[in-house]
Ligand binder design. Structure first.
Ligand SMILES: NC(=O)c1ccc[n+]([C@@H]2O[C@H](COP(=O)([O-])OP(=O)(O)OC[C@H]3O[C@@H](n4cnc5c(N)ncnc54)[C@H](O)[C@@H]3O)[C@@H](O)[C@H]2O)c1
Length: 293
């Protein structure tokens, strides 16, 4: 059997860390040519070193891009076209925790910033990628990283969860519109996956996860990378508008999900009331305010 992504060109955002890094390596291994994009130049270079060590350097181009900026997204798509001549796969994956705290304490500007990074980025990615994908005779695949936090209440901070719910819906809505061009749009909703994003919230997830989900272990970035590989490949040619939940069964019992997140937050904060903006793995400092009233 040939490689699963032979002759395909992919853009992967958030390629500097976690799920994006692992997916970049897997797509390259499966024969794709990949544009690796991230806002964090240091971690992106680390990923590129791994790419070189594995012998994929000639098939990879790194782009420092802030997905909250439309011109950066346009430039990313242009790079794919200039370097490789076509674009077949977009993995809109970059993300961070964003605004957090009690709903009464969250700053409006931090809410807006969260929505731009987590949701508008996905819209802009679909907008610019689909323009060039429409001319592909064999169609294309757009994959958006949502979250189990977007599938019910209690799985994440309010702005994050609302944005991820919207990512699931936007994937379905654009799947309808782009179907006539054989452009498929799907989302993946990861559960608790062992990446810096999750570990910033709590470090003892291996213990925390026990009793919460049928498969009692933390997911690994490769679990999501394999889901993305399926959705990117021709094997999923008949799958569109789907939200693929990869969570070890965590959402089978939603009370477990809510309990786990509450316990993690309580262990981290105790009675302290804080609000701010988590900047995840971007290398940009978070804002943090202790709320007293
Ligand atoms: N880890 C989990 O448990 C989990 C669960 C559900 C959903 N997710 C989602 O998976 C995706 C990947 O997260 P991860 O867990 O690999 O986290 P991560 O922190 O390891 O990687 C996220 C990457 O996105 C990049 N990024 C953030 N903002 C950016 C911006 N404005 N422009 C460009 N790049 C930016 C970061 O620099 C980082 O390299 C995110 O969308 C996240 O919301 C993760």
């Amino acid at each position: 059997m040939g490689k699963r992504l032979s002759n395909k060109v992919a853009i992967i955002t958030g390629a500097g860390s976690g799920i994006g890094r692992e997916t970049s390596l897997l797509f390259l291994e499966e024969g794709a040519q990949v544009i690796l994009a991230d806002i964090n130049a240091t971690t992106l270079e680390e990923t590129m070193n791994l790419v070189s060590q594995k012998g994929f350097k000639d098939n990879a181009v790194s782009v420092i891009a802030d997905v909250s900026k439309e011109d950066a997204i346009e430039a990313m798509v242009k790079t794919a076209m200039d370097e490789f001549g076509h674009l077949d796969i977009l993995f809109n994956n970059a993300g961070l925790g964003g605004a957090f705290g009690s709903i009464s304490d969250i700053d409006g500007d931090e809410w807006d910033q969260s929505m731009v990074i987590l949701l508008k980025s996905v819209f802009m990615g679909i907008k610019h990628a689909s323009k060039v994908m429409k001319t592909n005779p064999n169609g294309a695949s757009i994959i958006n990283t949502a979250s189990i936090a977007g599938m019910s209440g209690g799985g994440g901070p309010q702005a994050y969860s609302a944005a991820k719910a919207a990512v699931i819906n936007l994937s379905q809505t654009t799947a309808l519109e782009l179907g006539e061009f054989k452009i498929r749009v799907n989302s993946i909703s990861p559960g608790a996956i062992n990446t810096p994003l999750l570990n910033a919230l709590s470090e003892d997830w291996d213990d925390r996860i026990k009793g919460l989900q049928p498969i009692e272990e933390l997911g690994q970035p490769l679990d999501i990378a394999y889901a993305a590989l399926f959705l990117a490949s021709n094997e999923s040619r008949f799958v569109t508008g789907h939200n693929l939940c990869v969570d070890g069964g965590l959402t089978v019992d939603r009370t477990g999900l809510i309990k786990g997140m509450r316990e993690a937050a309580a262990a981290e904060l105790g009675d302290t009331r804080i609000s701010g903006m988590s900047m995840g793995s971007t290398g940009i400092e978070e804002t943090l305010r202790e709320i007293e009233d």
